[in-house]
Design a binder for this molecule. Structure first.
Ligand SMILES: [Zn+2]
Length: 345
């Protein structure tokens, strides 16, 4: 066998093994090792190309042409394989497993106090009550004096109230909005006023220093206690159920006369007595009464001509009743697991 035959046989062997190694390279790293082995500076093909000068003169041209053909072929294969591997890596990176369960989105839920507030406002809307709002930081005039409560009244005591300034308090009830509404509009007036109020109460199972209240006010000529009682009973039957019984107990508030605490028969035991109603069969839901003439005088209404009724209830207490929530703190701790229960399906 001539030196030329040896040369060509070696080229063919390199072409075959090199092509196979390139085609089966499993990843870019392996492909790089194959490139160095077959086409690197120390590779046999490179040495063969350099060794052409040692061949007899007339064989140099065909041997060089063949060696370059093999080299070009391997380079083309290498380039194609590199592109395939790169595409494969990219494909693997975006591969989607359609069998994985989807990620559930947090839908959000309305707070139980908001649910109850909206429901109460909707019921009173049927009776012609509009929604009104007022400031949470209130002057002592609107919070106390306009409502016939002198500043030396226990309710105005620093121990019971958050004073921001000598004459500004965080409102202790939504009632000051009554006075603001009456100053702004002449009678007839029918409003419901939901909002947050503040008391110096400890944060325990049944008290919170900030809580939701809902106030109502109706003023017109000829409004009597019968209208008051009928309106409250309408609300109770719509909200708690047609079979629920209402009870008005005499009470005292500076801004109503006469005043009453309104109880409803316990919705859990239906009046026979249970732990929810502390064995009494009754649940207290609001304080209410006929608007005191002094309040009308304070806001410029003619107290000889107009009468009206007002009521106020703790929305949190009613939400606790409605949803059987045992601790008022659950309403104000922003625990998403608690709130998620109120998400509508
Ligand atoms: Zn009960």
């Amino acid at each position: 066998m001539s030196a030329m035959d040896d040369y060509l046989a070696t080229l063919r062997e390199l072409e075959e093994t090199g092509s196979a190694a390139i085609r089966t390279a499993a990843d870019p790293d392996e492909l790089e090792r194959v490139r160095v082995e077959y086409l690197g500076r120390k590779a046999r093909l490179t040495q063969l190309l350099r060794g052409i000068g040692e061949l007899p003169h007339e064989q140099r041209r065909p041997a060089g042409a063949e060696a370059n053909r093999v080299k070009r072929g391997l380079l083309e294969l290498l380039e194609a394989r590199a592109a395939d591997l790169a595409a494969g890596v990219a494909a693997a990176a975006v591969e989607i497993d359609a069998t994985l369960p989807g990620r559930e989105r947090w839908r959000g839920a309305r707070h139980p106090c908001t649910l109850v507030t909206d429901e109460i406002c909707e019921i009173f809307k049927e009776l012609g009550f509009l929604r009104a709002r007022g400031p949470e930081a209130e002057t002592t005039w609107y919070n106390f004096m306009a409502l016939n409560t002198p500043l030396d009244h226990p309710a105005a005591d620093e121990q019971d109230t958050f004073y921001l300034d000598r004459d500004i308090v965080l409102r202790t009830h939504t009632s000051p909005v009554q006075a603001r509404v009456m100053e702004q509009w002449p009678p007839p007036v029918r409003v419901v006023v939901p909002g947050v109020v503040f008391r110096r109460d400890p944060f325990d199972a049944s008290h919170a220093p900030a809580f939701e209240q809902l106030e109502g006010l109706a003023v017109d000529e000829g409004i009597s206690f019968v209208d008051f009682k009928a309106s409250i009973e309408y609300f109770v039957h719509r909200f708690f159920g047609a079979d629920v019984v209402t009870r008005f107990r005499p009470s005292f508030f500076p801004f109503t006369e006469p005043s009453a605490e309104v109880d409803v028969s316990c919705t859990i035991c239906h009046g026979t007595g249970c732990s929810a109603c502390k064995g009494t069969g009754w649940i207290e839901i609001m304080g209410a009464g006929m608007v005191h003439p002094a309040v009308f005088d304070n806001v410029g209404y003619d107290s000889e001509r107009y009468t009206g009724f007002a009521f106020g209830m703790g929305v949190g207490r009613i939400a606790m009743q409605r949803y059987r929530i045992p601790d008022i703190r659950l309403l104000y701790e922003s625990d998403i697991r608690f709130l998620a229960q109120f998400a509508r399906a």
